[in-house]
Design a protein around this ligand. Structure first.
Ligand SMILES: Cc1cc2nc3c(=O)[nH]c(=O)nc-3n(C[C@H](O)[C@H](O)[C@H](O)COP(=O)(O)OP(=O)(O)OC[C@H]3O[C@@H](n4cnc5c(N)ncnc54)[C@H](O)[C@@H]3O)c2cc1C
Ligand code: SF4
Ligand code: SF4
Length: 837
């Protein structure tokens, strides 16, 4: 029997997924398959497009390889646009020729809508959809200072983040009164706007652009209908998408009123030999702008072509969970309470910046929708309630208030029914996961390989891991210590891989030893490992995307959105001249000052753009960064010691300063605190620190792995009567062994509790060199000491790094988003919630 010809138009995410599905069925053998892609590059992951600016290449983002197409006998024709369809003769036309088909699949996706604004054809007016678009944006950003994104939806905010990554002052101009109007309500949108402005992106809502003309101080000027204007060097339009349906329209297929190729439940158009999937297809009057529904259509069509008469596309869940510029945003189901009779429950903590809304059914039993801004930790639980119709608890509000205020704990995997959808991109239920585990999968990686769960948009990664770990544990299988789904290694393994192979970027590590694009778990962990191994600046271009908010701005963000500044004061010793400088700077910038528990001075209330100015002054006076924002050494507290105290037997201040200067800047799995007391009276409370030193008549006693804070732990006596050199050598070894072997975010106290063999084992490794690694540990520490740099000094001296701290260049009057201050005990402080101004 001669084969039929199947032509696919469009080699995007959905077109590629369709082919993957089809070749896995017997029907593939019936077809000669041809694919036409207008873009020159093989299908790539558009969801992670922005990572291109973080250094990912097309190869990193590609969804398959040319070899895969060849192996499956698929004739892939890239850079060849289909220009016409002749339905009567069943042919398509491209500039290269005419081709016949028996079955035709339209997977042409969508294109960015550019509003018809006069001047929008200017060469610095761009869009954000393809890798080529990103090349154009990068070229335009060269020599530019300011960039505007038109559109405050999901993609617009992602584009704004990209402009910021390129070092531009980023603005978002939105026509609607709030950001993300499709997913969020007015309170959620307002909080998101506030948070995004705190991060240095200026948001202009309710702005209708009337024209774009030549600018005076920048390349372009946008005039708005309210007579205001904004100057910018480039504009990225991200004002929604439109289905790419021109071919279907010109061949008279049934179309939606506002575009889109009409399909039935079998993903077939009004022509029985033409099918449409992905963002070009209109099902039940809906266009789906997410990848998961497109994948479901692709699966459905592959089954239909394979003769499955039951296969049907029945709609898709449009819930979204995102991190936009580092801000958590979630939107589930009927977020706008459009179901008749539905009721709302809201939790709004303005201090913490968390907003949650539940939309529940009239009888209070079912969750219909939800909105989350600022904290997505409730997302997975709420989504499962909504998707699976799980009956709500008697007091549904317990699902969104914090546990400390009577909130219910997150829904454990056991509470989910077998039918619970875990991965909507690949339609994987909890039952599917249990099935593959019963059939032999014994770790997360193999479950993913078998089911494809969490290989689409990745939003379900945490939930999948929970379910898999839980099911494995129930079956008595030891749960893997893999750091996350992207690396089949523990943090300790990753450390060794980085060190041994001399790997210096996250990109190389994930390309050579991991998979996917990384997540909020592995990125900061690898960022910390790279910093410990090579001591490169944390704001180096390759490393910035790995840092969390505090490290990104090298300052702790406070609850009103301002930042604090903590210069290092080694051992708590400070000269009057330096104290005066601290006072002068605090007065000049109206900063609240407080002596911290670690014996230094914390300056609160600085705006983002003030940070480099303030640090410049402090550095000129001889201060350095105190790393209060980093997972690294904080302070070495000390008592006054034998210089002043009549009980003192050693110079505790001198030793504290030596230790602080030695270990400052060292990035660790978590923060590290030290203290030195001048005698056994222990005024510096050294035994509650990660490393505590207490003077003896003969030298120093060393205590390790103590902790204050939430879970206090008394340090373990590790060695006694050490000389200065012995003390430093011993701490070098313990610190480096901890840095290499601890899990992410594991304090030394928890590390010790989990260390097999405990204190005795640690003593053997460090004091007896049982593993033969002590020379290496010491050498690593010596290298770090030699390559130390004050991160803030480097940043203020580098104009490119300084750019990160600029706020609103075009509107200096909007410099400080937080105006709600009051005076208390002669100092400025933010107003508390509900407190009158
Ligand atoms: C920056 C960005 C971030 C996103 N983030 C998310 C997210 O977080 N979650 C999510 O679910 N979705 C996200 N999306 C949306 C997601 O990428 C799309 O849903 C998905 O790419 C749709 O796939 P598709 O194959 O239908 O269309 P596309 O991926 O656009 O592919 C269509 C292809 O067809 C080609 N084509 C069109 N016409 C022709 C022709 N006549 N001849 C030949 N070829 C043609 C196009 O050039 C294109 O390559 C994001 C999109 C972008 C741009
Ligand atoms: S610890 Fe000892 S030396 Fe230090 S201040 Fe207290 S009593 Fe004095
Ligand atoms: S104990 Fe620490 S975290 Fe808690 S309120 Fe005080 S400063 Fe903040």
């Amino acid at each position: 029997m001669s084969k039929k010809t199947l032509i696919v138009i469009g080699n995007g995410m959905v077109g590629h997924h369709f082919l993957e599905q089809l070749v896995a069925t017997p029907a593939a053998a019936d077809f000669d398959i041809k694919v036409f892609g207008e873009e020159k590059l093989l299908a790539y992951d558009r969801v992670h497009l922005s990572e291109y600016f973080g250094g990912s290449t097309h190869a990193d983002l590609a969804m398959g390889t040319a070899d895969w197409y060849a192996e499956n006998n698929i004739d892939l024709r890239l850079g060849e646009q289909v220009t016409g369809i002749d339905r009567d003769n069943q042919t398509i036309t491209t500039p290269m020729g005419e081709y016949s088909y028996d079955e035709l699949v339209l997977a042409t996706g969508s294109y960015p809508f550019v509003p018809p604004i006069k001047g929008n054809e200017h060469p610095h007016c761009l869009v954000y959809r393809t890798l080529e678009d990103l090349d154009s944006i990068r070229a335009s950003a060269d020599g530019a200072k300011t960039g505007v994104v038109v559109g405050g939806g999901l993609l617009g905010l992602e584009a704004a983040n990209a402009l910021k990554t390129l070092g531009l002052d980023a603005h978002v101009v939105e026509f609607a009164p709030r950001l993300m109007p499709v997913q969020l309500d007015s309170d959620g949108g307002a909080l998101l706007k506030h948070k995004i402005e705190e991060l240095g992106v200026q948001v202009h809502t309710e702005k209708a652009t009337t024209e774009i003309i030549e600018g005076e101080d920048a390349r372009l000027r946008m005039n708005f209908s309210d007579d205001s204007h904004l100057e910018t060097d480039l504009i990225v339009f991200s004002a929604g998408i439109r289905p790419q349906d021109a071919l279907a329209r010109s061949s008279d297929l049934a179309m939606g009123e506002r575009g889109g190729i009409v399909i039935n439940d079998q993903c077939t158009t009004s022509d029985p030999h033409i099918h449409a999937i992905g963002e070009c297809a209109l099902w039940s009057e809906k266009i789906f702008g997410l990848v998961a529904p497109g994948y479901t259509m692709a699966r459905t069509l592959a089954s239909v072509l394979n003769g499955d008469e039951e296969a049907a596309f029945t709609g898709a869940d449009m819930s979204t969970k995102l991190k936009l510029l580092g801000v958590d945003v979630g939107s589930i189901g009927d977020a706008h309470a459009q179901t008749p009779g539905s009721r709302n429950i809201r939790f709004n903590d303005e201090q913490a910046g968390h907003y949650r809304r539940m939309v529940i059914s009239e009888d209070g039993k079912t969750l219909l929708g939800a909105i989350l801004v600022g904290d997505n930790s409730h997302y997975d639980t709420l989504l499962q309630y909504a998707l699976n119709g799980i009956e709500l608890p008697e007091q549904p509000e317990t699902l969104i208030v914090p546990e400390s205020q009577g909130g219910a704990p997150a829904l454990g995997p056991d509470a989910l029914p077998e039918t619970a959808s875990i991965c909507s991109c690949h339609n994987v239920s909890k039952g599917d996961i249990c099935g593959v585990i019963d059939a032999g999968c014994s770790d997360l990686g193999s479950v993913k390989a078998e089911t494809k769960a969490s290989t689409g948009c990745g939003g379900c990664a945490a939930l999948l891991k929970n379910v898999v770990d839980n099911e494995l544990e129930k079956r008595g299988v030891e749960v893997s210590k893999d750091i996350c789904e992207h690396f089949p290694y523990s943090r300790q393994d990753l450390f060794n891989i980085v060190k041994v192979n001399g790997i210096r970027t996250f990109r190389t590590l994930i390309r050579e030893h991991g998979k996917g694009h990384g997540c909020d778990i592995c990125k900061p962990a690898v960022g910390s490992i790279l910093a410990t191994c090579w001591n490169e600046h944390i704001l180096a271009t390759d490393h910035v995307p790995l840092q969390d908010t505090n490290d990104t701005f090298m300052a702790n963000m406070q609850k009103n959105g301002t930042y604090s500044i903590v210069p290092r004061i080694p051992g708590g010793e400070i000269t009057p001249d330096k104290l005066i400088v601290l006072g002068e700077v605090a007065k000049e910038y109206n900063l609240y000052t407080k002596i911290t528990g670690g014996q230094r001075v914390d300056l609160f209330g600085a705006t983002l753009s003030e940070l480099p100015e303030i640090w410049e002054k402090l550095i000129a006076a001889g201060f350095e960064t105190g790393h209060a924002y980093g997972k690294s050494l904080r302070t070495v507290k000390s008592c006054v010691g034998n210089t002043w105290c009549r009980y003192g037997v050693q110079d505790s201040v001198g030793m504290a300063i030596t230790l602080e200067n030695r270990y400052k800047g060292l990035r660790a799995p978590h923060k590290v605190k030290m203290a030195v007391s001048g005698c056994t009276r222990e005024c510096a409370e050294a035994q509650s620190k990660d490393f505590g030193v207490i003077a003896t008549e003969n030298g120093w006693n060393l205590y390790v792995c103590g902790n204050g804070g939430m879970r206090p732990r008394h340090g373990d006596l590790f060695a006694t009567d050490l000389s200065d050199e012995e003390l430093i050598r011993t701490i070098d070894r313990v610190v480096m062994f901890y840095v290499r072997t601890a899990d992410r975010l594991q304090r030394t106290s928890v590390w010790m509790e989990n260390l097999e063999g405990g204190l005795d084992y640690l003593k053997q490794v460090v004091l007896e060199d049982s593993l033969g690694i002590c020379d290496e540990l010491e050498q690593h520490m010596a290298d770090l000491v030699d390559t130390y740099q004050c991160e803030w000094k480097t940043a203020v001296e580098d104009p490119e790094k300084r750019k990160r701290f600029r706020e609103f260049v075009n509107a200096p009057e909007k410099k400080d988003p937080v105006q709600e201050w009051t005076t208390e005990r002669d100092q400025r402080r933010p107003l508390l919630e509900g407190e009158p101004a």
